[in-house]
Design a protein around this ligand. Structure first.
Ligand SMILES: CCCCCCCCCCCCCCCC(=O)SCCNC(=O)CCNC(=O)[C@H](O)C(C)(C)COP(=O)(O)OP(=O)(O)OC[C@H]1O[C@@H](n2cnc3c(N)ncnc32)[C@H](O)[C@@H]1OP(=O)(O)O
Length: 206
């Protein structure tokens, strides 16, 4: 059963882009046998990541936890620095929190994947100081394409639905970052054994 409950007044599938609907031959996502156990904190994939990095002072500092199957949960406290309108969270920040939660599913699949498409519904305004309870789940896999969904609820995992997203992540090799990232950060990342270990932890066949 889905751990990412649908919400709002209309069926999500009626509104999302065709590219976010898995093809008929898509398969169910498979949790990797070495994936962190349900309840375990997943940690950051990169210390300077805006979404999850400990060393990113401007970041969201999301901490995701493994759930059952290929799912995660995370909490995000909306700070004054996340405002768009007075006292309300900026939509781009909220989309980032969803993106980061969806990206954390990689730890359970043990693939390296990047966001190809992210479609977000902003269902309710999110005030500063709110705690958003995020839940993300991979729903289907087709070749390199990972279809996934996420929700954000206010105040508790059962709280009012504030956000909903459907996304397509695309599996890439670590070379995607090495070839495209700014050389100084890539050099630093590759010289950091802990970072290399984390990158390898995503790969089934390192
Ligand atoms: C030492 C270094 C350590 C590094 C350690 C890193 C650790 C791990 C970090 C993870 C980080 C996560 C962080 C959070 C998640 C982000 O925020 S990731 C950042 C944001 N995303 C990006 O920057 C991605 C930019 N885009 C791209 O690089 C390329 O477009 C992509 C997505 C890789 C796809 O390009 P491609 O590999 O050439 O693949 P392509 O054949 O075009 O597409 C493959 C399939 O996907 C479909 N597709 C692709 N894009 C789309 C789209 N937008 N809409 C619909 N369909 C699409 C294609 O139609 C195709 O479908 P099929 O024909 O197979 O049916």
């Amino acid at each position: 059963m889905s751990t990412v409950p649908s919400g709002g007044n209309r069926p999500r599938s009626a509104a999302r882009s065709p590219a976010l609907t898995p093809p008929a031959d898509a398969i169910a996502p498979v949790r990797h046998p070495d994936a962190p156990a349900p309840g375990e904190l997943l940690g950051s994939h990169y210390a300077h990541c805006f979404g999850c990095g400990d060393e990113q002072p401007h970041g969201l500092h999301l901490q995701a936890r493994a759930g059952e199957g290929v799912s995660i949960t995370a909490e995000f406290t909306v700070r004054p620095s996340h405002q768009g309108a007075p006292g309300l969270a900026h939509g781009g920040v909220l989309a980032t929190a969803l993106d980061e939660s969806l990206g954390a599913l990689s730890w359970l699949l043990r693939v390296v994947a990047v966001t190809g498409k992210l479609e977000t519904d902003f269902v309710r305004p999110v005030p500063v100081d709110s705690v958003l309870f995020l839940a993300a789940e991979a729903t289907a896999v087709s070749g390199r394409k990972i279809f996934c969904s996420a929700t954000g609820r206010l105040g508790s995992p059962e709280g009012p639905l504030a956000l909903r997203a459907d996304a397509l992540f695309v599996e890439v090799k670590v070379d995607h970052f090495i070839d495209n990232g700014r050389p100084e950060e890539i050099r630093a990342a590759m010289a950091d054994p802990d970072q290399v270990r984390r990158a390898r932890a995503f790969e089934v066949n390192p």
